[in-house]
Design a protein around this ligand. Structure first.
Ligand code: ATP
Length: 194
């Protein structure tokens, strides 16, 4: 039987880093963020964004202004919920389709909002990539040039990472060195589809 493994964590906790390691090991990893980006070019999605957020959500070329939308929704949970209700069904549908079209024994799906958006209905087991809040903040400040305040805003828009850790079948602690994260993965992988 084929196993579908959810990969999640907090913002900047290291999902992409772990996904890249899994790919290096030869595993197939689906990236839901990529699908969410594609969604922004879909005409039906654009129409819904227009109806919900108006002209202001589009740039001069008629493309969704993701930076602008980001700045709106991360300040307002109601707006975020509206955007999610447009994007999530698209992502779910495409992930489901892509999973079904693969023949790998194990398929990993990287979904930042795996638990929040209940994408666990697609997965058999779930991995949480964990890093404590202080490290998430530091990595967001380094990677995205966010201020501490901006970093906290993004972190607090999500389910607390400790809660996610409690929901995980497997936890990868990515608060240390990359080599330590890689070692944990190598220990975990033989048990992943048990
Ligand atoms: P997002 O939620 O924003 O998509 P993510 O969970 O995919 O983020 P990554 O992009 O993998 O997180 O990591 C966040 C940042 O922290 C990156 O700049 C990455 O290079 C760095 N990073 C990840 N793991 C480590 C580590 N163990 N040690 C040092 N830096 C790390």
């Amino acid at each position: 039987k084929r196993a579908v493994i959810g990969l999640t964590g907090g913002i900047a906790s290291g999902k992409t880093t772990v996904a890249n390691m899994l790919e290096e090991f030869g595993y197939y990893v689906l990236d839901s963020d990529k699908i969410a980006h594609q969604a922004m070019h879909d005409s039906k999605i654009k129409k819904q964004i227009d109806e919900t957020f108006g002209d202001i959500a589009f740039d001069s070329k008629g493309e969704v202004d993701r930076k602008f939308l980001g700045s709106v929704v991360f300040k307002d949970p109601i707006q975020l919920a509206k955007l999610n209700s447009i994007i999530h069904p698209y992502v779910y549908h495409h992930l489901e389709h892509m999973i079904a079209s693969r023949h790998n024994a194990i398929v990993f799906v990287d979904v930042p909002l795996l638990f929040e958006a209940k994408f666990t209905t697609l997965t058999d087991k779930n991995i949480v990539v964990y890093a404590p809040k202080e490290i998430q903040i530091q990595r967001l400040m380094d990677r995205n040039d966010f201020t501490e305040e901006q970093a906290l805003e993004r972190i607090e828009a999500q389910m607390p990472i400790d809660e996610k850790r409690d929901l995980a079948d497997f936890v990868v602690d990515n608060s240390g060195r990359l080599m330590d994260t890689r070692k944990q993965l190598l220990h975990m992988l033989p048990h992943i589809a048990e």
